[in-house]
Design a protein around this ligand. Sequence first.
Ligand code: SF4
Length: 123
Amino acid sequence: MGTPLRQIVEEMGGGAPGGAKIKAVQTGGPRAGAFPRTNWTRRWTMSRSPASAPSWAPGGMIVMDESTRMPEVARYFMEFCMDESCGKCIPCRAGTVQMHRLLDKIVKREADRRRPVEARGAL
Ligand code: SF4
């Protein structure tokens, strides 16, 4: 704890294969966030607020280079959440399905940026 993400990824981990530029690092499993390079100099600690700090729960990191399409990553993780939902809570049971549909539309370039209401309505 307290080590900047950049140091972990680039110095300890050796960066991306072939010297590719790293786009983001995802920590903490499918429900956590992906952190862009702009956040990499901060020293991450367990005490930071959930809104600004990564989740470290499983202790793993997924490092994504510039070839990664973030909507596809989000869809992949939402599919995991959808499959893993036990179905007891409606927001989780129905929401993950709707979010997956929306992300699938975005990946397939079928979503309309001019209609954000459609995105809100999907939830
Ligand atoms: S439906 Fe509720 S209890 Fe089940 S996995 Fe989702 S949030 Fe957890």
